[in-house]
Write a protein that binds this ligand. Sequence first.
Ligand code: C2O
Ligand code: CU
Ligand code: CU
Length: 505
Amino acid sequence: MYRRTFLTAGLATLATGGHALAQMKMDDMNAMPGMDHSGHGMAAEPAKPAASLVLKEGETLRELPRLANQATETGLFRANLVAAPATAHFAVGVETPVLAYNGMTPGPLIEAFEGDRIEIDFVNDIPGEDSTIHWHGMPVPADQDGNPMDPVASGATRRYAFDLPAGSAASYWFHPHPHGKTAEQVYRGLAGVFLVRSKADPIPAAYGDTVLVFTDLRLGADGSIPENSMVDLMNGRVGDHILVNGQKNPALDVPLGAKRRFRLYNATNARFLKLSFGAANIVVIGSDGGLLETPVAVEDVLLAPAERLELVVSFDKPGAMQLETLAYERGWMGPGKPDDAGLALLTVNVSGAAGEPMPPLPEKLRAIAALGPTAINRRFVFTEKMGMGASGMEMGFFINDVAFDMKRVDIVAKAGEVELWEVVNKADMDHPFHVHGTQFQVVEHERDGKVTAPAYRAWKDTVNVAQGETVRLLLKQDLPGQRMYHCHILEHEQLGMMGIVDVTV
Ligand code: C2O
Ligand code: CU
Ligand code: CU
């Protein structure tokens, strides 16, 4: 066992010539995290959860407040979103300073219809920091998509305006994307749901439509949200409490025999959520980019950071049913590996008395045409690297051996052309890969020479690429401009695992 001790706890992310690196000092070169996954005695790891802070469990699941539409014309959604410091009450009797949209974390839910025009006036009231609003997964023009290249300065206002095309109904979300600050602004509370609905939704209304947004909270002993540690920067920040709509293990009552539609959002920085629903039967009906072609029955689901799923869950047995986490090996460097199996995220209490009979789920939800033929093949290789730099150990996350540079275009694509992207993970942990501005189709996974097809065709904007895995996907950008592609472990994005595709007409 190597001795590993950090000399400094004041670890920082430094931007040097466009390369962001996590820097640390050690008294021993052998103490390289990643060389050994057991991890003992390393400093600068996240503080242990504050035992005195109690988060209430079992409260009724709250519905996220809707952002009110201020427009009076039909087909127009107009509202303001203000990002600013606020106070949240997560633990009993404790105030936690957060960042919030319109005073709320998660932010208010935006609900609009296909064909609507959206106009959001964004006010950045975060002291001393740039911000943006990125419309994750949505087909919005590049200059309206809150890229790091288009910062909104502290104190400034800008309007984001775009139209929601036909066929775009899906479970999207929004979050900040300022250079070097995305991870922090998200873990401090900035994220919200953007639901685009279709007027011809085939899912029976009797199932309801319940949004479940997962966030990952860490509280220091004083109730504040601590900064990222070195371990957080390496692995992505994993908190102490997975919250659902801002609540810990809330409760939902349903009658026996109920079917419920749930939209699951992984809005955590870095938590991989493998989930089961106890004795209840789960059917997947939708992915990041909307409904599947047909419902697919599953035992459990894996929801990587930034992914979404729509499920229909049947509650055919009385009693308490828990949405709970299962073990998942996502790869971990250094100490502080979270023990994250067996956490109850939501408790559904199924009554003994049967409710109204439920209409059946249709067998056909919609058609998804296969993308093709392809005009070009591209390859993206993920690596993590560590080495001695001027100020100690440096860790970086790379795509095709380079770290993100806002002034560099990595690839040039043509609008309307289908491309095959091969994403190769040669690193020691899973990296969820995300592309802005469009939805793609995963065509195959390859691991240890074994090629498998996905269980169903789906529109996605984020796909997990496991350690040692290669994922091939088909993608087409319809709108011109610069788009980001990156790992959605937000600390990895910050440390370089991001690139720019310039889409030309
Ligand atoms: Cu959720 Cu660059 O995005
Ligand atoms: Cu995005
Ligand atoms: Cu990553």
